[in-house]
Design a protein around this ligand. Structure first.
Ligand code: 3HC
Length: 310
């Protein structure tokens, strides 16, 4: 039974009053937000790697410029979210150390390889599509800085999703080889995107408490279902087939029924045994080390000009 500060805190949450950095909050609420926001930020930064692989290989200047803009947006989302996490009294360096030490997670979806140009379409369409469904409710989450950061992130994600679906549309309606490439990408990215929403509700360790604190406004399975219901018609519209023989519209439920999800694969990727986990972490550590001189130069410059009138 809650009492005192905890009771008053929960009453404010239940009344839909936003929590701001200077407000009293239970240490467990603060820790949960640091965990989720930092892992969200890590996901954005690691997420630049699979797409970055195709910036120099894009099929046209327009596609190259569009992909470059999207990858830059993702980096910006990461910095935005590290800043939101810092309002909870943690240092960005500590958060990044936790990622490099394998102590902090990032989204499972970024541990898959981008084998063809169609993968860039599948990522924008499916991964950013899934991210929007997960991030729209977060705009209304109880922690002010996180919710406000999500508003801008969601606006940019819509562009990311549209450009991905445009790539898939053009390929699906192109030559036979292009259509096959688009279908192959959908076959490889569909199930990892479905898993991205997290474990089934019955196995989710944080959902109940995150829901009570109005951090998680919809359950993993509810958002997963929303993604499936929205995406299946989009695949059909461009003549691609969802790789799930058990997929069917269930009139009674008003939703699509899907086949079994391979949770073994999900947990293996989350544990670090996915196709690209080691490569992704090595790339991040190497970028961090190679970028040390930039951080040192910026710090030296700031120290030299500290106190000067702007
Ligand atoms: N990948 C890796 N780990 C995952 C995961 C996934 N897809 N889904 C769940 N997990 C982890 C959780 O982090 C938790 O582990 P932890 O205690 O070490 O943090 C564990 O599995 C149990 O899962 P829960 O459902 O109990 O955990 P949460 O309540 O935190 O729910 C979540 C998981 C739905 C991912 C939630 O953390 C969330 O909404 N996070 C914010 C959104 C986010 O991070 N999206 C990721 C992608 S960002 C992106 O796609 C960029 C886009 O622009 C391309």
């Amino acid at each position: 039974e809650l009492e005192g500060d905890e009771r008053r805190f929960q009453d404010r949450i239940d009344a839909g009053i936003r929590v701001e950095p200077e407000d009293w909050m239970p240490e467990s609420y603060r820790r949960t937000l640091v965990r989720q926001i930092s892992q969200h930020a890590h996901s954005e930064v690691v997420g630049m790697l699979p797409e970055g692989n195709w910036i120099t290989r894009a099929p046209s200047l327009l596609r190259k410029a569009t992909l470059l803009a999207k990858v830059q947006d993702e980096g910006g989302h990461g910095l935005y979210l590290y800043a939101a996490a810092e309002t909870l009294g943690v240092s960005r360096d500590d958060l990044i150390d936790a990622l490099h030490a394998g102590k902090a997670k990032y989204s499972s979806i970024f541990n898959y390889p981008t084998l063809t140009w169609a993968d860039i379409g599948a990522i924008g369409w499916l991964v950013d599509g899934a991210a929007i469904i997960n991030q729209i409710p977060l705009c209304r989450c109880s922690y002010g800085p996180y919710g406000r950061a999500m508003v801008r992130v969601c606006k940019e994600e819509s562009f990311h999703q549209r450009q991905g679906y445009d790539i898939m549309t053009r390929l699906a309606q192109g030559s036979e080889a292009q259509r096959r490439m688009a279908q192959d990408a959908l076959n490889r990215w569909w199930w990892p995107a479905v898993m991205m929403f997290g474990p089934p509700d019955g196995e989710s360790v944080h959902s109940a408490q995150s829901a009570a604190w109005r951090i998680k406004l919809h359950s993993n399975d509810d958002l997963r279902q929303r993604f499936i219901d929205q995406t299946v018609p989009q695949a059909e519209l461009i003549g691609l087939t969802i790789p799930d023989a058990d997929l069917r519209w269930n009139e009674e439920r008003g939703h699509y029924d899907i086949g079994p999800i391979d949770w073994e694969e999900f947990y293996s990727v989350v544990r670090g045994d996915g196709p690209c986990n080691r490569e992704r972490l090595a790339a991040r550590k190497s970028a961090w080390d190679r970028g040390a001189w930039v951080r040192d130069a910026a710090a030296a410059h700031a120290a030299k000009h500290a106190g000067e009138q702007k």
